[in-house]
Design a protein around this ligand. Structure first.
Ligand code: ATP
Length: 301
C-alpha cells in the first residue's frame, strides 16, 4: 500500500516549474531516497506532501486517502519550522507532545532526545544550538509522536560523519524494528547508499528515474564490457552461447554484462566466430558517478 503518493504533482513559482508533473509512490516499509541536485525541487515536493504549500496542479494522497492537515501518522522534518528558540530541547519536544496529546510524554521525550544524541537535562536554549544540534532536535520532533512514516528533507545537513552514521542507524532501526516508512531527501548520495531500499531521482522538477537498491547494485556491479566490429552479430552470438547472462548495450555500442567477470568464455565465442574485438574489460561503475549522471537528467540505464 502506498503511504505517500503524488499524482502529476506540480508547483510553479512564476515562470519556474519547481515541481513538474511528478507521480511517485512511497510504499509501506520503504526507505525511499529522494535524490536531486540543489534546486531540483525536493523541498518543494516534500512541502506539498506535508501540506506546507499548496500544489499548483496534481494531487497528494497519504495512507490511500486525501491529506488532512498535520497528519499525526507522519513525522516531518522540513527546514527548521517549529523550533522554539528560547526553549531547551526538552521543552521543545514536550511542547510538541502536549499539542499531540502524548501519554507518558516526559519519558517519551527523554527517550527520543537520547536516541538522537541530545541531553534531555540540558537547559541550553535552542537559539544557541549548532546546525547539527538543530538537525538532531528536528529529527527528535519528527519522531516524538511515534509516527508510521517520516518525511525528512536533508536530515543529515550539518551533521558530522559520526552524527550522520548514528542518525542513519537510528532510521534503519526504526524501519526494520517498527516498520516505519521513510521518505528522505539528499543531494549527497553517499548519505543514502546502503540505507535506501528505493530511489527516486528528481532533475529540474521532473522525476527522471525510479529504481530499487537492487537495480543500483546491478547497474554498478562489476561487469564485463565488450566492443567488437559487429554489434548485432555479437549480441546474437552471446545470447545464444551464454544463455542466462544479462546484457545491455551502452551508448558507445559496447555490450555490458553485469555480474560477469570471467572474460574467457566470451573471448572464446568471439574468437571462434572470427569477430574483431576492439575492447574487452572488467569495469565497475562508481555509485556516486551513476547518480550524478541521473541527476543531470540522464535516463536510468
Ligand atoms: N518560495 C519560492 N519562491 C520562488 N521560487 C522558489 C520558492 N521555493 C523554491 N523555489 C525555486 O524552486 C526550485 C526548486 O527549489 P527546491 O528548494 O524545492 O529545491 P531542492 O531540490 O530542495 O534544493 P536544495 O537541495 O538546495 O534544498 C528552485 O529553482 C528554487 O529557486
Amino acid at each position: 500500500m502506498p503511504v505517500i503518493e503524488t499524482r502529476q504533482l506540480t508547483k510553479t513559482f512564476g515562470r519556474i516549474r519547481a515541481v513538474d508533473g511528478v507521480s511517485l509512490a512511497v510504499n509501506q516499509g520503504d526507505i525511499y531516497g529522494f535524490v536531486g541536485k540543489n534546486g531540483a525541487g525536493k523541498s518543494t515536493l516534500m512541502k506539498m506532501v506535508c501540506g506546507l504549500t499548496t500544489p499548483t496542479a496534481g494531487e497528494v494522497r497519504l495512507f490511500d486517502g486525501p491529506p488532512c492537515g498535520g497528519n499525526p501518522r507522519i513525522g516531518v522534518l522540513i527546514e527548521e519550522a517549529g523550533l522554539l528558540p528560547n526553549l531547551s530541547a526538552m521543552e521543545n519536544v514536550m511542547a510538541k507532545s502536549l499539542v499531540i496529546g502524548l501519554p507518558d510524554a516526559k519519558k517519551r521525550c527523554e527517550d527520543v532526545l537520547a536516541a538522537v544524541g541530545l541531553d534531555p537535562a540540558s537547559r541550553l536554549a535552542t537559539k544557541r544550538f549548532s546546525l547539527g544540534m538543530r538537525r538532531r532536535l528536528g529529527i527528535a520532533l519528527a519522531l516524538v509522536g511515534s509516527p508510521d512514516a517520516l518525511v525528512l528533507d536533508e536530515p543529515f545537513n550539518g551533521l558530522d560523519p559520526e552524527g550522520t552514521r548514528a542518525m542513519r542507524q537510528l532510521l534503519m532501526h526504526l524501519n526494520e524494528a517498527s516498520g516505519v516508512t521513510v521518505f528522505i531527501s539528499s543531494h549527497v548520495i553517499d548519505q543514502l547508499d546502503r540505507m535506501a531500499t528505493r530511489y527516486g531521482i528528481i532533475a529540474e522538477g521532473r522525476l527522471t528515474a525510479e529504481m530499487t537498491a537492487e537495480d543500483v547494485q546491478e547497474a554498478c556491479a562489476e561487469s564485463l564490457r565488450v566492443r567488437t566490429d559487429d554489434l548485432t552479430r555479437t549480441t546474437a552470438l552471446l545470447q545464444d552461447r551464454l544463455p542466462g547472462v544479462r546484457m545491455r548495450v551502452d551508448a558507445d555500442g559496447a555490450i555490458v554484462m553485469p555480474g560477469l567477470t570471467d572474460s574467457a568464455p566470451v573471448a572464446s565465442v568471439l574468437r571462434d566466430a572470427g569477430l574483431l574485438v576492439y575492447e574487452m574489460s572488467v569495469q565497475r561503475r562508481d555509485v556516486e558517478d551513476y547518480f550524478v549522471s541521473l541527476m543531470e537528467g540522464g535516463r536510468h540505464a
